[in-house]
Design a protein around this ligand. Sequence first.
Ligand SMILES: [Zn+2]
Ligand SMILES: [Zn+2]
Length: 159
Amino acid sequence: MTVFFCAKCGAELTPDLVELPAVPEASDDDRDRDKKTFLAPSTVPRGHYAVDPEPWGAPFVPPTGEPRPHHPRRLLMPPDMTDWISAGPRNTVVVHPDDVPDLRLRAQGHPHHGCCGPHGTGGRNMACGCGVLVATLVADCMGPYELHLDSVRVYAFEQ
Ligand SMILES: [Zn+2]
Ligand SMILES: [Zn+2]
């Protein structure tokens, strides 16, 4: 079991979470049609976390022309950054957004905000109570639904 804390102020950000062996594959088929939010199911279920070994999130770099594998959890990119590739940090910690209730969304506006939630393409957008941006939320009706804890600004304590 692991609890995550803000590296700046020491605030406890999550309850005890169980590590998954890998980031689950997200499906586009299970979007919320009942409440019509069309939000995808959270990539990681409540009570769990997974470490993403791939570079994730901002900054992005232009495509090199090399073919690359389809990424099932691809972010919806701003129009002038279509096909750009993440040069973001590896080993971000993916959690269920509801497991990190005290963070506050710092609005980034167009083009990093979709019609109903952030695309996660503008860098860290979730602030701890101390003001440090510690995580990136992706939560629009298009793209995945997940929260990535920054591996530098958040630390893990294993119990
Ligand atoms: Zn803090
Ligand atoms: Zn939307």
